[in-house]
Structure formats: C-alpha cells, structure tokens
Design a protein around this ligand. Sequence first.
Ligand SMILES: [Zn+2]
Length: 278
Amino acid sequence: MSNTIIINRKKHTSILADHRVDPVTKKLLKVGDEVCVCAVCKTVYLHEVWENTKRGQCCKQTKTLAYIPNTEYGKKEIPTVITKSYINHFIVSTLIALLFFSLTIYWYSTYNSEHIQKETAYLEVFSLKQENQKTQNYIQNLVDKNSDLQDLIESNKTIIVSNISFQQDNKAYGSKIYSNVKYVYPRITYLSPLYYEKELKFKIKIFKPDGTLMLGTSSPMGYSYIYKGRINTNKRSYKYLFLNGWGNKNGNAYEKGIYTFELWLDEKRLHSTKFQVH
Ligand SMILES: [Zn+2]
C-alpha cells in the first residue's frame, strides 16, 4: 500500500509557496490534493498519477513516504503554528499542575492545622474534666472532714481518733508483731476541733488474749499505763500521736494471740482496737 498525503494549508506551506507541480501532468499542487512521495527521490506525485501513470513505482522501487519532506532543507516539514500551540499547551498544563499542586498543599496545611487545633481542644477538655474531678474529690474530702468535725463539736469532744496502728520496737507501723517483741508502740491518727494546742492525759488498757488486763509496777489503778501528749489543732488534716511503748526489755511480756487495746480520756473510752502477736 502506498502512503497518501492530503496537502494542508498549514502543514505544507513550503510546497504551496514553491508552486510545486506534478512532474507528469504539470498540474499545480494545491490544498486538498491527494499526493504520494517517492521514498528515494522525494518527488511528489498526484495520487492518481502515482497509481495510473507510474503504476506505484519510482526509482525502481515502490516505497512512499508518510510525509512531504521540505526539499529546501531535506527534512520533514514542521508546521511552526502547531509547534507554538504545543508550547502553549505545555505552559498551560504546567500552570494548571502548579495551581493544583499549590491548592493541594494549601488544603493539606489547612486540614492539618484544623486537625491539630481540634486535638488540642480535645486534650484541653479532657484535662479540664480531670481538674474538675480532682476538685470534686477535694471538696468531698473537705465535706467528710467537716462532718467529722461537726460530730466532734456536737459531742463536745477535744479529739476524734480515726485509727490506731502498732509497731514492734523500731519496725514499721502496721507490720507483723512477734512474741519476742520488747515494746509495742501505738500510733494514733486523730482530728481535733480545738483552737489551741493542748496536753491531754490518755489512759491505756491492754487486754491479754485471755481477757486479763496487762499490768506493771507503775500501772495506775484500773489501767495498763498513762501517756501525756500534746494535741495539734490543725482542723484540716489528720495528725499522728506517737505513744510510749508497752512491754519490757527482756522481750517476754507478750505471748502469741490477739490483744485488745483501749484508749481512754477523762474516764471515757475513745477508741478500742485489736492487734495480733504472732
Ligand atoms: Zn523516484
């Protein structure tokens, strides 16, 4: 099959400018003519001449070009208008791509900053909730203490004992006490409604596992021992009062079993608790 080309006003400007003619019929080549180009000598024939007169052959061969070469420069005709249009296309596409790229970056940074703002706001709300919970706990704590103080005032007491724990010799309060203990030291946790420090004279009763009162040579009538201690007056917090120990230096005052400890003040029992000797 031969390549045929239709002459175009824009593509084939040099052919038209040269007033090129068909070499057989001497007809002027014009826009819209269907032509064939010999692949060797580059002669441009009208299609009908190539088919009928030349019988599809020139320079002893049948090959035709798919384009009309620019004879002046011996290379393919490059239409300048179309080249410009491609450059324009390239510039416009590049501009659109740049615009799209910038918009994407703008959108991403906006989205990111909004996202960060939301996250920060969420963290702030969470932290405020925590603060609120802490405040509520603190208020509840104050209310509890206040009700303890209210009880104290109503009962006209100078001290309210919330807990008593025990220590074997110099070990930790609350740890196990063994029968080789020399002295058992009580520690009182208390609140006081007083507005001034005051020395109070506590009396202590310690009952053995069999229920008999522990007594020593210096025991007052009806009690194991006496302890004089100064009471602090900080109404807002519980305080400790560390009592003298009870026992002897030989470590044979206690046997295994459960002991009852009673704290007395002004002939009234303030608190009663038990401790175990292992
Ligand atoms: Zn030829």
